[in-house]
Structures are given as C-alpha cells and as structure tokens.
Design a protein around this ligand. Structure first.
Ligand code: FES
Length: 172
C-alpha cells in the first residue's frame, strides 16, 4: 500500500503516454483496415476478358476446301466452294476441343466420339447436311456458325460471341 503511494510522477506519465500511444496505434490500424475494405467495396467487381473478335488474317491463308483450326480461339476457318465461314470448334456435348480429320473429311470430338460435318454433304440416305451438323455421338446440337466479316484491311474477322444461322458465307 505504501509502495503505491510512492509511485513517482515520471513513471505515471510514462504509463499514460504508453497507453495513449497504444490507443493511437490501434486506431491507426483500424483506420487502415477500414480504408482497405472500403476501397475493395467501391472498386467495380468486373472480370476483364479478351475481346471475342479474332483477326484470322488474309483470306489467301486458307486454300480452297481447307479446314483450319485456331486452337487458341476455339474456332475453325473453313474455305469452301461457297466461300469462307467459321464454325465453333468447341463440342456441344461437354465442351472438348474438336479436331479436323482430313482422312475422313469430318470434324470429330476426342472425348466421347461426336462427329460433325465440315462441308455441305449428303449422308448415305441422300439427306443433305450443312457444315457443323452432327453426324453421330452424344453432342445435343450442331457446331454453331460464328459471325465472320472482312474489315477495311481485307482481313477475315470472326466474332466468337455471336452465333449466326448456317450457310452465311463470306465471299471475297
Ligand atoms: S465432349 Fe464431345 S462428345 Fe463429349
């Protein structure tokens, strides 16, 4: 008891200063945390994706009756007798990347065996099929056609995000 009364004024001041600094430090940490959360809250929560438009280059890159897979874009550029067009290369079953099989003249999916026409063709029963139509397999739909056009520089452009009705050829 007697020792408490003997507390020196300097020690008391140091204790007060210590707790004041501790309080200020805590407030500063809280303020920084609040500012960081506020910034995250105010910043738009947007996912920036690459453009869906692909520049496929000059048409003369694609010989007549050729099927060219652009692996990075997941599309085919096809040059048929009727003109140029683009098909999605992504299987409509579970999304595997399909492959052009020149020896069979078809597009095939390596995952579960779906097959698609690349060119206009009649089946053995005489029924005509459009490019992209399913031949067989579990795929529920045909491969969609993608919007294609020629820009001012003469390059073929494809919009991967836009499906179009079949048989819309680009002629250059
Ligand atoms: S993902 Fe192509 S057949 Fe299944």
């Amino acid at each position: 008891m007697a020792e408490e009364e003997k507390t020196e004024p300097g020690n008391d001041l140091n204790r007060r200063q210590f707790f004041a600094k501790l309080g200020l430090g805590s407030l500063s940490i809280a303020a920084v945390g609040t500012a960081a959360f506020s910034y995250q809250y105010l910043e738009p929560n947007v996912l920036y994706e690459p453009s869906p438009v692909v520049n496929a280059g000059k048409p003369d890159r694609y010989p007549l009756d050729s099927v060219t897979l652009d692996v990075n874009s997941g599309i085919y550029i096809i040059h048929s007798q009727e003109g140029y067009f683009s098909l999605s290369a992504v299987c409509t079953h579970l999304g595997c990347l399909t492959a052009w099989k020149p020896e069979q003249g078809i597009i095939a999916c390596p995952c579960h065996g779906s097959k698609f026409y690349a060119f206009e063709q009649a089946d053995p029963g005489g029924k005509d099929h459009k490019p992209g139509d399913k031949i067989e397999g579990p795929a529920p739909k045909s491969l969609p056609w993608k919007r294609m056009w020629v820009n001012d520089d003469g390059d073929l452009l494809v919009d991967r995000s836009t499906d179009i009705p079949a048989m819309q050829f680009v002629r250059v």
